[in-house]
Design a protein around this ligand. Structure first.
Ligand code: SF4
Length: 323
């Protein structure tokens, strides 16, 4: 079984959310085609096109938004407005990179690299990561992962010691390299601010910082990952047993999900970071919540790891005749 940082973070944040998203594979069926998350995904694709395939990132965005406008004609106005922000972000980024020489000593080794590596001490469990870029520094002779972020601020640059995603990537990077592998040197965070760049907006709009965790930090992070991966494995075994033995009987499932996969509500967070906020209370009040989920039409089942199979650039390269 392969476990990503997202799955580990979801389980750590709220076991019920993990159960719904990762065990049952439920996702909202009516996610809008615009918004901060999908904008970030499209900007990532534009940068992947630029660094991996020498495509103009504005061309990539134009194609992605045109495809989405065809698929979701009711959202055309919002899509065109969002495209403008995205194109401003990437064109300004290219100017910034040219002015500052940020890319001068970095050679791109891979884009969107999918990595899987055995978790030490837990046979059969793999750690799974997709790194935006792997780069080789001609200055230091070391490999790093480089992560593109789109955000309103640069706050995440100032709390790197707390960042579980980058510690997870650093662990994967170290395990992949092995004791005799190429020298690796942590990561680089590269943030494009999500702003329109009007006269009133204030620069800077771009920032890049390298970081590295020491061995003690990485061992502590590995211990955390190992502990949570063990809990996930145990939770899956209990759920498999309950569904197989009791055939999904709601009483039996509820007894388990309430006791072992209890919710961890943080009211202010749940409202904006959980797609299950509408169904969550029904899981504790005797309702037929699986029936409600199905009948509402607001959720569908999907593979929570589908993201790893997605290749948004495929359609773009075909449309641009550069497949
Ligand atoms: S709404 Fe909150 S408590 Fe309920 S599943 Fe989501 S994160 Fe957990």
């Amino acid at each position: 079984v392969a476990i990503s940082n997202s799955e580990i973070s979801t389980f750590d944040r709220c076991r019920r959310k993990w159960y719904l998203a990762y065990y049952l594979g439920m996702v909202p069926s009516d996610d809008p085609p615009v918004g901060n998350a999908i904008l970030g995904t499209r900007v990532h694709a534009a940068l992947e096109g630029y660094y991996g395939y020498q495509l103009d990132p504005s061309d990539v965005l134009n194609v992605l938004y045109a495809l989405e406008a065809d698929a979701s004609p009711d959202w055309k106005t919002e899509l065109m407005a969002e495209r403008e922000i995205a194109v401003t972000m990437v064109t300004g980024y290219l100017e910034w990179v040219a002015e500052t020489g940020e890319d001068a000593n970095l050679r791109v080794v891979a884009v969107e690299q999918d990595a899987e590596v055995p978790l030490p001490g837990m046979p059969g469990v793999l750690l799974k990561a997709r790194m935006d870029q792997v780069v080789y520094s001609e200055e230091t002779g070391m490999l790093s992962f480089l992560d593109h972020k789109t955000a309103a601020t640069f706050d995440s640059h100032d709390i790197m010691d707390l960042n579980p995603q980058f510690k997870f990537y650093s662990i994967v990077q170290r395990l992949l390299a092995g004791p005799d592998g190429p020298p690796v040197s942590g990561g680089i965070i590269n943030t494009l601010r999500r702003v329109k760049r009007t006269e009133r907006s204030k620069p800077p709009y771009y920032r890049r910082d390298g970081f590295r965790y020491n061995d003690v930090q990485l061992i502590a992070a590995l211990e955390r990952v190992t502990a949570i991966a063990g809990q996930i494995r145990q939770a899956r075994a209990m759920l498999d047993d309950t569904y197989q033995r009791a055939g999904g009987d709601l009483h039996a499932v509820n007894a388990l999900q309430r006791r072992e996969l209890y919710p961890s509500p943080i009211a202010t967070l749940c409202r904006w970071d959980c797609p299950f906020v509408a169904i969550c209370p029904a899981m504790d009040d005797g309702s037929d919540w699986p029936g409600i989920m199905t009948r509402s039409g607001k959720y569908r089942q999907d593979n929570p790891y589908r993201y790893y199979r997605n290749d948004p650039l495929r359609a773009v390269r075909d449309a641009l005749g550069k497949g």
